[in-house]
Ligand binder design. Structure first.
Ligand SMILES: *[C@@H]1O[C@H](CO)[C@@H](O)[C@H](O)[C@H]1NC(C)=O
Ligand SMILES: *[C@@H]1O[C@H](CO)[C@@H](O)[C@H](O)[C@H]1NC(C)=O
Ligand SMILES: *[C@@H]1O[C@H](CO)[C@@H](O)[C@H](O)[C@H]1NC(C)=O
Ligand SMILES: *[C@@H]1O[C@H](CO)[C@@H](O)[C@H](O)[C@H]1NC(C)=O
Ligand SMILES: *[C@@H]1O[C@H](CO)[C@@H](O)[C@H](O)[C@H]1NC(C)=O
Ligand SMILES: *[C@@H]1O[C@H](CO)[C@@H](O)[C@H](O)[C@H]1NC(C)=O
Length: 409
């Protein structure tokens, strides 16, 4: 067998290690996926990024409530941070399955929670009091409550001793401290944050539009903004002024995604995404796609690249772009009915970005490519070729390693 280079071996070892930890750790999203009565709880574990924290830990208990219990919580209209605090109060940092819950030494115990572990809780407020009650019932209460709450253990959902236990409880555990309003970035001045970091023109355009309120309204629930840099935005202004009032608002809202996407989310979640401009049949979607280390945002007309991260803190992310995003709903691509089998939107390459594309630019028509380049297409091909090659190489390396490993066994 041919010996792989040390770099390939290192990469292969890493892949194998990642593979092992990925297969052996639990996945709370997956565990709850088949239990539709907990779908809201499950969704919020993902939105608040608690799922990842739960998956990282061992010897824990997740106390879930059904969708009705979650609507009680959601009806309080708490911010996403506060919901995160409340849900983290439902993750006990010890393993309690049905058997252990019913056999608590001396009938009562305090369990530390993930909320306590965040350091946000004071005194005993981050602990849950578990008490064995008459008639085989188990009560759960915030430890700092004098009067026990009516929350009870309902049933065990999944037990993986002693890694994770998922139990259903009858209601959300109240906690004044976990439910206390958490200062969120809704107080942040979005336009200011963009203005001082190279997106002044976009920020000023936004301030003069009703779109600004759309952005503000979405911060608490999670928001990602792609702001075109000043050069790109300045060149675009004449075309912007030509749009109708509605078109202007949609164009601006097209630069926001109503969920929080960290840069690593963007790198791992390639594909179509709705924007703040999406309105029923008017899709106004963008396509997120990796290009090596870069993240690109594609429309049918233009491919923009993320040039910098201005803000990245749950629930708000702001990235600057090298181009203005042109939705096909406002800027028609070529009328030529060219039945292009080639991948779309390859025409714009950062190297050739002398000017932003014209509204009626037939940028994604292959017939017009010569202006913007066979080069860019060639680049893309080379890139994807390289990616394929690397993937193949590391797969081969992993396989070799696996083979060598089996020989040793
Ligand atoms: C518990 O987690 C450890 C470490 O991730 C793993 O090795 C073990 O297989 C897990 N146990 C079960 C029953 O899944
Ligand atoms: C956990 O499972 C969900 C749903 O099956 C999946 O989308 C997600 O990628 C998994 N997470 C990890 C870390 O494997
Ligand atoms: C149980 O109660 C006994 C007597 O009150 C005490 O000594 C012991 O520490 C308690 N055990 C636990 C785990 O609390
Ligand atoms: C838990 O709460 C019950 C009822 O309020 C109380 O009697 C018990 O002492 C508490 N347990 C602990 C460990 O604080
Ligand atoms: C936010 O910053 C902009 C400058 O970008 C300023 O004009 C505006 O008044 C600020 N808004 C608030 C609410 O402070
Ligand atoms: C604005 O619209 C007019 C009329 O439709 C057109 O002639 C002009 O070229 C447009 N200007 C720009 C900058 O797109």
């Amino acid at each position: 067998m041919q010996l792989p280079s040390s770099a390939t071996v290192a990469a292969a070892v890493l892949s194998v290690v990642l593979l092992i930890s990925a297969t052996e750790a639990h996945n709370i999203t997956n565990i709850l996926a088949s239990h539709t009565q907990f779908s809201t709880f499950n969704r919020y574990l993902t939105t608040t990024h608690l799922a990842a924290e739960i998956n990282r830990r061992q010897t824990i208990t997740v106390c879930v409530v059904d969708n009705a219990g979650m609507s009680d919580l959601l009806s309080k209209h708490l911010s996403i941070y506060t919901i995160k605090n409340v849900l983290s109060f439902h993750v006990l940092l010890d393993y309690f399955d049905a058997k252990k819950l019913h056999q608590i030494t001396n009938g009562t115990a305090l369990a530390a929670t993930m909320f306590q572990a965040t350091g946000s809780a004071t005194g005993s407020s981050g602990f849950v009091n578990i008490t064995d009650l008459k008639g085989g019932k188990v009560g759960l209460s915030p430890a700092d409550y004098n009067v026990p709450t009516p929350a009870k253990f309902v049933k065990s959902i999944v037990e993986i001793p002693f890694n994770i236990s998922v139990i259903q409880i009858s209601m959300i555990l109240p906690s004044d401290e976990a439910e206390a309003p958490t200062p969120g970035p809704s107080q942040m001045n979005l336009t200011f944050l963009m203005s001082v970091q190279g997106c002044k023109v976009f920020a000023e355009t936004l301030l003069a539009s009703p779109a600004e309120k759309t952005f503000e309204d979405n911060v608490d629930g999670g928001l990602t903004i792609f702001c075109p840099g000043d050069d790109a935005m300045k060149k675009f202004l004449p075309k912007f002024k030509n749009l109708t009032a509605e078109g202007k608002q949609s164009l601006l809202e097209y630069h926001g995604i109503p969920i929080y996407q960290s840069i690593s989310n963007l790198k791992s979640n390639n594909g179509d995404m709705n924007t703040l401009a999406t309105d029923g049949a008017k899709k106004y979607a963008v396509v997120i796609q990796n290009d090596g280390e870069d993240v690109t945002i594609k429309t049918k007309i233009v491919t923009a690249k993320i040039t910098a991260t201005l803000v990245d803190k749950l629930p708000l992310a702001i990235y600057s772009l090298d181009k203005v995003l042109l939705p096909k709903e406002l800027f028609k691509a070529a009328p030529t009915p060219a039945p292009a089998p080639a991948p779309e939107a390859h025409a714009e390459s950062p190297k050739h970005s002398k000017s932003p594309p014209a509204p009626a630019s037939p940028a994604d028509s292959p017939a017009d490519s010569p202006t913007d380049g066979p080069n860019s297409d060639a680049d893309d091909l080379t890139d994807s070729g390289a990616v394929k090659y690397n993937a193949g190489a590391s797969l081969a390396a992993v396989f070799s390693l696996w083979f060598a490993f089996n020989l040793l066994m």
